[in-house]
Write a protein that binds this ligand. Structure first.
Ligand code: ZN
Length: 654
């Protein structure tokens, strides 16, 4: 009896082992999906998956299969392009043919539940290859959100929400799929970036080399878009189609070749860039089927990244796109939606961070560190106090608002008390320093502003102890500043008196704090940063032009371009706010610049008359009126005069 049982058990075990060990035919995910994946909805409802209409899905999908050496891909796409089906197909294939631990991340609880309830689970239920393997599990996490996972022989799929650090930290995985990454929060309450947290889940598999990662998203704002960043890191593939007339390849682009009437009927069509052949709307689908991916930026180490939009989507008629394009011009917001959802492109809003690389390229080699340039009539310094250390920027201003970075420093040391090392350095290296001008003299800072947003009482105590009146203009030379939110604020508001805590003793109304309207100043600075001057081949540097010396490094440029403007909905109202760009964490030097602009306004940058400027310039060693060899003509403005005199004097003192 017992022997009989053993035999049966053995036979059973052997049988199931044989079943498990039987090597499944190596099928790429797309070949597998064509045979096994039943679509629960859409045009092929109840039928197996097909890429006949969407051949552009095949390559990225198969790169995510176990037989491909590719580890990661990124897809920057428009809505209605069929890439959700790609995610379903790769997950389904893996459950059946390459079971392992996987994670799929959606931006919100609602998005995750939609993805599971309307896409993934129905596909599993409809496909016989999967139906009996998968055991869905639903539970409540500690935070109250619904967590989902699916178990199958050989692995599990965790369905995570980007806003839940607990979800993202749950376990080690081999395959990671991130959907709509542009909607992920930048930071989870100080616990870090959901992208980085989820990347770390793959860590155990990095050495084995068979990990997989896919990022798929519609982009949002240029410079802040996470999927744009991923797309740029990759080799930027575009779907090239052959011209039906001459055979040359090109990409359908929204631009001059996409033609349509401004009113119904839109008669949208495409004129091929190669030979000017007209492609009618009804020919689009058959041409798209003949296309292929071409990397537009192939580089060693660059993974496959894709951009695909509705111009090429078989699901969106060109007339529909034309109508959307016409309607989108109504407002800034609709234009952004059109760019993101229809063209799959990040939208460039005014207030976007200027490109730090391009700013770096125009650095000037003749600006000496710590020296005031000839036309720098006003010299200010702003300090941003950190938990440790102080960031400082020193800026010279011309009467026409042109600026020069004279110095940029990080003063290391304790900031816990006004006697801390960093504050000592601030005094020695900035406040008391004699800054050489271009005329063989030296000058002190006209005003030093210290942000009191952090370590408020230390800053109050230090600025109070160091306060002084500048002899040239009779204004306070050391100011405690505090940034104020909102668009209606003046650069420098009316100072308020605050109580201070001096070594444990409370001094009522003991310090003066100046509110700074940082939002409009930031916008003005970005506008100035976008201005082009001689470095870009222009005849002159325009008013407000920002000059950067060659010794400034990338850190500086990243910090001053670290924020962008975005719309935030707060209590049903939308407002434009400044936000730190994804991937950036330090904006201290941007804060410093904004405070420097506030100080310059405080000193009269916009309000001094030409005579007053001339008076100030004279006090600063610029010999006005002119030297004989530098006769001022009627149409010369003061700036030009000062510049010429500066050069003459600089030569004299060399
Ligand atoms: Zn052609």
């Amino acid at each position: 009896m017992s022997l009989q049982f053993k035999t049966d058990a053995l036979a059973l075990v052997a049988g199931s082992l044989a079943k498990t060990l039987e090597p499944p035919a190596a099928l790429s995910p797309s070949s597998w999906a064509v045979r096994n994946l039943v679509m629960p909805d859409g045009p092929r409802q109840g039928d197996t998956w097909s890429a006949e209409e969407t051949p552009y899905i095949i390559e990225p999908l198969d790169f995510l299969g176990p037989d491909s050496p590719v580890n990661e891909i990124a897809v920057m796409k428009a809505a209605q392009t069929g890439f959700t089906a790609m995610l379903i197909a790769v997950i389904a294939h893996s459950i059946d043919r390459d079971p392992c631990r996987m994670m799929v991340i959606q931006p919100t609880d609602a998005a995750l539940s939609d993805f599971n309830r309307e896409k993934l689970q129905p596909a599993i239920d409809a496909s016989t290859a999967l139906r009996d393997k998968v055991i869905p599990q639903t539970s409540r996490s500690a935070t109250g959100s619904t967590t989902y996972s699916k178990r199958y022989p050989g692995g599990s799929l965790t369905l995570a929400i980007a806003s839940s650090a607990a979800d993202l930290r749950s376990k080690t995985i081999k395959k990671l799929f991130r959907d709509e990454v542009d909607e992920y929060p930048d930071d989870l309450d100080g616990q870090g970036d959901p992208i980085a947290i989820s990347d770390a889940r793959l860590f155990a598999f990095l050495n084995q080399g068979d990990w997989k990662k896919a990022d798929v998203s519609t982009p949002t704002i240029k410079g802040a878009s996470k999927i744009e960043r991923r797309y740029e890191q990759g080799d930027k593939r575009r779907w090239h189609i052959p011209c039906h007339h001459c055979g040359d390849e090109f990409v359908f682009e929204f631009g001059p070749h996409f033609c349509y009437e401004q009113q119904h009927p839109f008669k949208a069509h495409y004129v091929s860039p190669c030979c000017g052949a007209v492609i009618e709307a009804h020919e689009k689908r058959s041409l798209v089927r003949k296309g292929r991916w071409v990397a537009t930026d192939p580089r060693p180490g660059a993974f496959p990244s894709y951009h695909f939009d509705q111009l090429s989507s078989p699901f969106v008629p060109w007339d529909d796109l034309a109508k959307a394009a016409i309607e989108a011009s109504a407002s800034h917001k609709t234009l952004q939606v059109f760019h993101n959802m229809r063209l799959g492109r990040p939208y460039e809003v005014k207030g976007d961070a200027p490109d730090h690389v391009r700013l770096m390229e125009r650095r000037e080699s003749d600006l000496k560190r710590g020296h005031i340039p000839p036309r720098g009539v006003i010299l200010t310094a702003a300090a941003d106090v950190q938990m440790r250390g102080i960031w400082v920027e020193v800026v010279a201003f011309a009467p026409n608002r042109e600026t020069w970075v004279v110095d940029a420093l990080y003063l290391d040391g304790s900031t816990e008390s006004p006697d801390g090392e960093a504050f000592k350095q601030l005094e020695q290296r900035v406040l008391d320093r004699e800054w050489p001008d271009s005329f063989g003299k030296t000058r002190k800072i006209d005003a030093l502003g210290v942000d009191s947003g952090y370590r408020s009482h230390v800053v109050y105590a230090w600025t109070r102890a160091k306060q002084r009146i500048h002899p040239d203009h009779g204004l306070a030379a050391v100011l405690a500043l505090k940034g104020a939110e909102g668009w209606g604020r003046p650069a420098m508001g009316t100072p308020g008196l605050v109580d201070i805590d001096l070594a444990g003793a409370r001094v009522r109304r003991g310090a003066r704090v100046w509110p700074v309207g940082t939002w409009p100043l930031k916008a003005a600075f970005y506008e100035d940063l976008r201005k082009e001057g001689r470095a870009a081949g222009k005849e002159a540097d325009p008013p407000g032009y920002c000059h950067f010396p060659f010794w400034l490094d990338e850190t500086y440029f990243r910090q001053i371009t670290s924020e962008y403007l975005t719309d935030e909905t707060y209590r049903g109202k939308t407002r434009r706010i400044w936000k730190l760009s994804g991937g950036e964490k330090d904006n201290h030097l941007l804060d410093c610049r904004v405070y420097n602009l506030a100080l310059a306004e405080h000193l009269g940058l916009s309000s001094l008359t030409e005579d007053e400027w001339a008076g100030l310039a004279r006090e600063r060693g610029v010999p006005v009126p002119a030297e004989p060899e530098a006769k001022a003509t009627e149409d010369d403005d003061l700036d030009k005069r000062l510049e010429r005199l500066g050069r003459l004097n600089a030569e004299r003192f060399r």
